[in-house]
Design a protein around this ligand. Sequence first.
Ligand code: PEP
Length: 246
Amino acid sequence: MRKPLIAGNWKMNKTVSESIDFINSIKDIKNDCVEGLVCVPYTSLTEVKKSLEGSDIKLGAQNMHYEDNGAYTGEISPLMLKDIGVEYVIIGHSERREYYNETDQTVNKKVKKAFEIGIKPIVCVGESLEERESKKTEEKIKKQIEEGLKDLKEEDLKDLVIAYEPIWAIGTGKTATSDQANDTIKFIRESLKSIYGDVSEKVRIQYGGSVKPENIKELMSKSDIDGALVGGASLKKDDFEALINY
Ligand code: PEP
């Protein structure tokens, strides 16, 4: 019912020419049962959009501002992303929360703006190692859901993607076990259901954190995992292909 979404988050990697070369190497990857997506740096969006013509792979950005325009030096407006033809945007990645002071409140503003403009948000949530060890995972995630996804329109929920990314598993080589990931994703859906009811069944909830060809099959075999948000392994052609064709 929910089509799995395998999304690459390139982070701050690849120049424009490197991006074009990479897209040319992956654009023919096709799996009718899976949606494939690349979230590339702002500077590469326009050229990647052109290179993806005719491909099944979709285009996403890694962040955006919540205002349409104004005096926000260095920021990128949702209108600019829409104009390029961006379909998805990552919101509230833990690196943005940690290094750029993003909060559940700014996440909420961005998510609402993304829906208003017609870009599908991928909202990242997840706990730190300290929070997991002190059994505060659910408390942390509940707050992120309640505040970050507050006051959404029910009709928008079908286009919402949530990425459960335990911070301790991002870029560390440590993966949550498939059961840990599945259990937390179930908890996320229950939290969402307590706010929005049955329409929450339409929301795709991905796992992210050191996903690679070696562990994707096991993760995707779990009942509630609707895809993956992948950093490191999405930068290599063979790995990205193996992920899409898990
Ligand atoms: C990410 O960028 O969201 C991520 C999960 O990175 P990695 O796959 O490298 O852990």
